[in-house]
Design a protein around this ligand. Sequence first.
Ligand code: SF4
Ligand code: MG
Length: 313
Amino acid sequence: MHFPVREGLLLRSRRHNRAVDGVSLHIQPGETLGLVGESGCGKSTLGRCISRLYQPTGGSVQFAGDDITHLRGKALMPYRQHIQMIFQDPMESLNARHTVGEILEEPFIIHKMGDKAFRSERVRKLLDTVGLPARSATRYPFEFSGGQRQRIGIARAIALNPQLIVCDEPVSALDVSIQSQILNLLNDLQQEFKLSYLFIAHDLAVVKHISDRVAIMYLGKIVETADAEGIYRQPRHPYTRSLISAIPVPDPHRKVQRQILSGDVPSPIDPPSGCHFHPRCPEAEAQCKTTSPELIAVSGGHDCACLLARGDA
Ligand code: SF4
Ligand code: MG
């Protein structure tokens, strides 16, 4: 099958990998796509397939019109430069035995860019861009707070001027006040460098302000996708509605009906029959046990995979 893509990134996966199943995502240049679901829904797997840290077992990953699904080694190098990742725990990507200066210099050495003077200057500039003092270069990751370490992780991710950054729960481990600082930094960098983000989170509140579009994932499948406003204003999937009802509401007079989800996400190895969400769905009907819902358009740019969701028209 051929998917014409001029720019941006497209991932399609079909039935070969149960962790991520039949998912199709498209991220436009300069856009933030929020990818939301509980732990174990396959979000990180999907993010790592897109950044090609994992080799997808099926489907394809296309970047700016090029199929990068099966590239390896040298052929993958230019795309490694264009697609970067930020992790929940920055220590995962920061070598604890290297100084911050060495960590930030490394991408330039790997990609054979510039001499020592060039690299030192770039390191100084990167630290400044993410709001850290120049003297940070001679210190080690453990000497920094969690929020500062995330700034170092971000500096490393933007070092080679990427086009897309896969942000895998970058603020989930941080205090709320630090979370908003990091989200603001990511927003500023997006404006300045025209970055695209795939922003992975288990919490809809976190992606609310940063996303242009949101995709909701449940057990390896996308169950709803719409522009950010549409998802919050008119959620169509029962799973999305329960995620939204879990967001704390600052106004105590505004009543929101809580839909508490019972149980955990089932194992993707042996998913429930029919609609995978049926054992936990407050609206499930008999047909949900046997029929698997397709992702269909319910209104312009708003898709939902629920047997009870119908188009507006
Ligand atoms: Fe719930 Fe049925 Fe819709 Fe699945 S198809 S989300 S079980 S109502
Ligand atoms: Mg994860």
